[in-house]
Design a protein. Structure first.
Ligand code: CP3
Length: 342
């Protein structure tokens, strides 16, 4: 039995004494203990070595005191498992030198044996689950199909992913073929993660906000819902369609979705209304605000919890923690949630 099951209770909509708290991208480069490992091993060595991934996953639990661990990995392991070359350039971000351009490229993606190819992630989950010794739940994750399509077409990070969007709009049938292939691989992968020890899974749609509401309904939403429908009987599913608060109304109507992550572009009360007071919400502290002095962070966090309410709420950032944030400030964020009382 989990000693701290605030996150799972919240996702089941059970009553809790305070909201659970974790931070997106909490296992990473604002932590000096992570930087030490980064200096020693390259990115994919860290990801592909279960002992290293396990150590990095547990660091924020020990150091910052979050209520959940998220497995150290990356969303781009799916394109890799499908056969694409993915490089991580230190300080620059991902690079996929051979992008998807044609039907032939899509057909050459090999969706067989996904869980075997990503066995190192499943091993990392099982090892981490054991090492956590039931202290806190373990979150698994994957990239959403639209966000993965963005990287697979564009080949690198981008502000607007114009090439990827042009592909969707000029060759919609091909885009849907690619999205379907990614979706099937992701479902197999996330089922494997649940089996290997993930207590919850989150699907990161980091770039869905680049789509208009109508195009979100074409290229993002159906695939997010397909994943949630396939996983819901295995683990609770949190969707994080960043920048797409316009989708709160429709997504919150799906029983298979346990929680929705939101960024800071929507007020808590509006998000509650949009989601018909019907779903667990997660977020939405502006990660840049962790630059404020700790006492100010605490005040802002208290306001945020008041606005969302204690029940059916997971305290988190509205996107990943930034590399320059002092550990003390991350801790102030977490402590403020833990100290909250009504
Ligand atoms: O949340 C966690 O702490 C778990 C680990 C995790 C990483 N990436 C490790 C990582 C998670 C959940 C991700 C998800 C991810 N990866 C997303 C979705 C979330 C988001 O932030 O929008 C995206 C878009 C990626 C792709 C990716 N990986 C990029 C764009 C980059 C480079 C820039 C950046 O954000 O750091 C990465 C590299 C990466 N993935 C790092 C880490 C800790 C930094 C590399 C390093 O420390 O050397």
């Amino acid at each position: 039995m989990l000693k701290n099951n605030l996150l799972l209770k919240t996702l089941r909509k059970e009553k809790v004494s305070r909201p659970p708290v974790w931070m997106m991208r909490q296992a990473g480069r604002y932590l000096p203990q992570y930087i030490k490992l980064r200096d020693k091993y390259d990115f994919f060595t860290r990801v592909q070595t279960p002992e290293l991934a396990c150590e990095i996953t547990i660091q924020p639990v020990d150091i910052v005191g979050v209520d959940a661990a998220i497995i150290f990995s990356d969303i781009l392991v799916i394109p890799q498992a499908l056969g694409m070359t993915v490089l991580m350039e230190e300080g620059k971000g991902p690079l996929l030198p051979n992008t998807i351009k044609s039907l032939k490229d899509i057909e050459s993606l090999d969706e067989t044996g996904i869980t075997e190819k990503l066995d190192y992630v499943l091993k990392a989950l099982t090892l981490t689950k054991k090492e956590l010794n039931n202290r806190v739940p373990l979150i698994g994750f994957a990239g959403a199909p639209f966000t993965l399509l963005c990287y697979m077409i564009e080949g690198k990070g981008s502000k607007g992913f114009e090439k990827a969007k042009a592909f969707c709009f000029s060759q919609p049938e091909l885009a849907h073929q690619l999205l379907s292939k990614i979706t099937r691989a992701t479902i197999a992968y996330l089922k494997g993660q649940a089996q290997a020890g993930a207590d919850v899974v989150q699907v990161f749609d980091s770039w869905s906000g680049l789509l208009s509401p109508v195009d979100f309904d074409r290229f993002a939403s159906p695939y997010l819902v397909e994943i949630a429908d396939a996983l819901a009987s295995h683990v609770p599913v949190i969707l994080f369609p960043k920048g797409s608060s316009y989708a709160l109304h429709s997504l919150s109507g799906h029983k298979s979705v346990s929680g929705i992550g939101i960024d800071w572009s929507i007020q808590p009360d509006k998000a509650r209304k949009e989601s018909q007071n019907n779903i667990v919400l997660q977020g939405n502290f502006d990660p840049s605000k962790l630059s404020m002095p700790p006492a100010e962070i605490k005040k802002e966090v208290t306001k945020m919890i008041k606005a969302f309410g204690v029940q059916s709420y997971i305290a988190n950032l509205g996107h990943g923690i930034l590399p320059h944030i002092p550990v003390d400030h991350a801790k102030a964020f977490v402590d403020a949630v833990k100290e909250y009382s009504e």
